[in-house]
Design a binder for this molecule. Structure first.
Ligand SMILES: [Zn+2]
Length: 496
């Protein structure tokens, strides 16, 4: 693989943005001749037409014109279309101060011993080069009805945004680039079809597919073949486990996208999103995962997949599921993934009891809104949420817990859903949950006091709580399925 030593060169781009702003950002150096070797005869007109489309998309984004942007997005892939609709919907609240879309110039034509691999090829890469290295040296192609090239997207959110939520801080220039496809529609318009993925799938009934498996399709950046295979291999177990916990069966093929970088994954969500994450899912979107070259699977991968598929399962409960409190969505997603973690119940109890001892349990209202939850409470969203899911599952059983989730997914408030499915108000449920924790803490303290004094155990006030010996429920029902939103699947530091 020829090394692209020019990759770190900064090239000054004085273009664009209808604001007339000049930005400086990294781009590959390029040669004087911009045409690649495989250009079609009308490549220049195709390229010019696509540049005109990019300019319109750019202007629409800067103006917060959602339909104006979406009219350039292809509609034939409903999952990609939905992801783009959600991406564009964010512009209503958060418009970038700067935004530039550009065709990245081809890298300088270093001698290429081999032609670039076909996109669908399952290339055998012994030393798994970084994904971006694999596609960055591919020349752009501008054919009569189809074009593929590397798109560079550069933007800056305005400063003084509310930075309590995932939108993070503005005033920082961000840039990503990835290979994309445009296709010419019957009416002559060029439409954005998204990333140029490689694809691997296991369809129902295919050789190697377990019986009753509803299928999985993985779209991934080059270099992530190993992880794609691991996702395929793990999905039957993950789906079966989570479906059982939610007491439902989802029949459709589950699509998963593996992103070669955190920046690309974040940018695919929406421009204002800047929190670290390992995975993401919203209704009717694919499961998006942060790819890692060389990742071969293991419990960590299953944990993230089960968390995300837990969201899929929750959304399946009803179209209003995304309106449920954020901690409900993440709590049940983490519950769905608990089976794949080490000591899941003990860990959750230890953390939550520790918070209770220090008066750090969150008020539920403070972890209800994804966009307005303080960074310091992010851990509570997931772990306190999961603890409540365990409590409800243990006290009322899996079926009632699912009825409770279904009621919220149908649009009931949490109080109404709690009354309908569990037979008490949410305030009473909360009080009972807190009383239960207090009782367990007392039991822990008593057990500790009764233990023969261990020589080296001076009871320090404020010392970290010990792991409780008694798990919350003997049979934590597997799975919940959560819902949307950003997850912080254990792969990513949760604390900010
Ligand atoms: Zn999540």
């Amino acid at each position: 693989m020829p090394a692209l030593k020019e990759r770190n060169v900064f090239h000054r781009l004085v273009a664009a943005a209808s604001l007339g702003l000049a930005l400086s950002f990294p781009a590959a150096a390029f040669s004087e001749t911009r045409a690649g070797p495989s250009v079609a005869p009308n490549a220049d007109t195709t390229r010019a037409a696509i540049e005109a489309v990019l300019a319109e998309m750019q202007a629409a984004v800067l103006a917060g014109d959602i339909p104006g942007y979406l009219r350039h997005v292809a509609t034939d892939d409903p999952i990609f279309r939905k992801e783009q609709e959600n991406w564009a919907a964010d512009l209503e609240k958060f418009k970038p101060a700067q935004f530039i879309l550009a065709i990245r110039p081809d890298p300088s034509p270093a001698p290429r011993p081999d032609p670039a691999p076909a996109p669908e090829a399952d290339a055998k890469q012994p030393a798994t080069p970084a994904p971006e290295q694999l596609w960055k040296d591919r020349p752009a192609e501008f054919g009569p009805t189809r074009a593929r090239f590397t798109l560079t997207m550069t933007w800056m959110m305005p400063q003084n945004d509310n930075d309590a939520g995932p939108q993070g801080k503005g005033g920082r220039t961000r840039s990503v680039e990835y290979p994309v496809i445009f296709e010419r529609a019957a009416d002559g318009r060029w439409l954005f079809k998204g990333e140029q993925w490689q694809v691997m799938e296991l369809t129902p009934g295919a050789e190697g597919a377990p019986q009753d498996f509803a299928g999985v399709r993985v779209k991934y950046d080059p270099g992530l073949e190993g992880m794609a295979k691991a996702v395929i291999a793990a999905m039957p177990e993950v789906r079966a486990h989570v479906d059982e916990g939610f007491e439902q069966r989802i029949e459709r093929v589950q699509e998963v996208k593996l992103y070669g970088s955190m920046a690309h994954l974040q940018a695919s969500i929406y421009l204002s999103y800047s929190d670290s994450l390992g995975g993401w899912n919203e209704p009717h979107e694919s499961i998006k995962l942060l790819g890692r070259a060389g990742r071969q699977g293991g419990a960590g991968l299953k944990t993230v997949m089960a968390h995300e598929y837990g969201h899929v399962a929750t959304f399946e409960f009803g179209e209003k599921a995304t309106d449920a409190p954020w901690w409900v969505l993440e709590g049940v997603a983490d519950l769905a993934a608990a089976k794949f973690r080490t000591n899941p119940v003990e860990r959750v109890n230890t953390i939550v009891h520790g918070w209770a001892r220090r008066g750090r349990l969150a008020n539920w209202e403070d972890i209800t809104d994804f966009r307005n939850t303080k960074g310091a409470l992010m851990g509570n969203v997931y772990t306190q949420g999961e603890h409540m899911m365990l409590y409800v599952s243990d006290r009322f059983g899996r079926t009632k817990r699912n009825a409770w989730l279904r009621a919220m997914a149908a649009g009931k408030t949490i109080d109404q859903a709690t009354r309908d499915a569990l037979g008490l108000s949410f305030a009473d449920l909360d009080a009972a949950w807190r009383a239960d924790i207090d009782q367990r803490i007392k039991a822990e303290d008593q057990a500790k006091a009764k233990q023969p004094a261990e020589p080296a155990e001076p009871p320090m006030p404020g010392a970290p709580p010990q792991a409780p010996k008694v798990p919350l429920g003997e049979d934590p029902p597997p799975p919940g399925k959560p819902k949307m939103t950003p997850e912080q699947p254990r792969e990513v530091p949760r604390a900010r």
